[in-house]
Design a protein around this ligand. Structure first.
Ligand code: G3P
Ligand code: CA
Length: 290
């Protein structure tokens, strides 16, 4: 009887240890490079104030003190990364046709505007390189890879640029006499997060850039996420970025329970902002970051 009791105690201890191990694994699986605190992210820059995805929108976001700028990346005819939301230039320029009908040089000479805005601006389409050059290390960068199916190899191209800038930021930090690592940049909210609706694409980016936080974008056709899908997503994604209209307490809890962060897009009113804060999301993506 005494022997039986002892083996039961050992079994319970074993079970407890196993549970502790599992919990440690879940906690340590999250990327340590995710920034702390509630993040305000300027959607396509401060696109409520300036033409989306332009330098004016990003500069306005910087003036407003936003944590991150969000922008969309596609490929030009000559294989260059360019910052534009749609896969055609129809809505946001005076031209028509697919983005990859035009070379980077041609795209850079197109006026960029918001669809609702008729007033002319001097803003042009900009390259990914230009945005990185101007803002990497100063503001957080939420890079969205668009239409990855249209552009085979786009992930490798993005990864090459991101790697280069991460390295540059580290070197600059060292030159200034500080041990300024890429991780610190991210923790100070001047790091990089890469997102996509395409889970294959985000999974690939994670394998190319394992230290860079990844976000899986969730829209109506992926909602509701099953527990199984969510488990798959958190195996490579640090963030789940949810359409705010679909978000509720249960989803936030499901994501937080997996030790991942959830951010809401696209918040356009005070009322929605209040609702998101009540739900306990970790940040919002908004056209009005001020
Ligand atoms: O960051 C979320 C948001 O950008 C996703 O929607 O269509 O504006 O790229 P969309
Ligand atoms: Ca976007």
């Amino acid at each position: 009887m005494g022997k039986w009791k002892t083996s039961r105690v050992w079994r319970s201890i074993g079970l407890l240890l196993l549970m502790l191990c599992c919990m440690t694994l879940i906690v340590s699986a999250s990327n340590p490079n995710t920034p702390e605190g509630f993040l305000i992210i300027a959607h396509r820059g401060a696109s409520g104030d300036a033409p989306e995805n332009t330098m004016a929108a990003f500069e306005q976001a910087e003036r407003l003190g936003t944590d991150f700028i969000e922008f969309d990346v596609q490929l030009s005819k000559d294989g260059e990364l360019v910052v534009i939301h749609d896969d055609t230039v129809d809505r946001t320029t005076q031209y028509t046709g697919a983005v990859d009908d035009y070379t980077l040089n041609e795209l850079e000479n197109m006026d960029a505007k918001n669809d609702e805005k008729t007033d002319d601006t001097d803003e042009k389409i900009v390259s990914f390189e230009e945005v990185m050059h101007r803002f990497a290390g100063k503001l957080g960068m939420l890079i969205e890879i668009k239409e990855s199916k249209l552009y085979p190899g786009v992930e490798e191209k993005v990864a090459e640029v991101v790697r280069r800038y991460e390295l540059l930021l580290q070197v600059n930090g060292l030159e200034k006499g500080r041990n300024f690592t890429a991780v610190e940049h991210v923790k100070n909210s001047v790091g990089i997060i890469i997102q996509s609706y395409d889970f294959q694409s985000t999974r690939l980016i994670h394998s190319l850039l394992p230290d860079i936080p990844i976000a899986a974008l969730i829209q109506e056709d992926q909602h509701p996420l099953s527990e199984k899908t969510l488990d798959e997503l958190v195996s490579f994604a640090d963030y789940i970025h949810y359409n705010h209209e679909l978000l509720d307490e249960k989803i936030v809890e499901q994501i937080h329970h997996r030790n991942r962060k959830v951010m809401a897009w696209t918040i356009q009113s005070e009322q929605d902002m209040i609702r998101m804060k009540k739900l306990g999301v970790d940040g919002v993506i908004t056209d009005f970051p001020g």
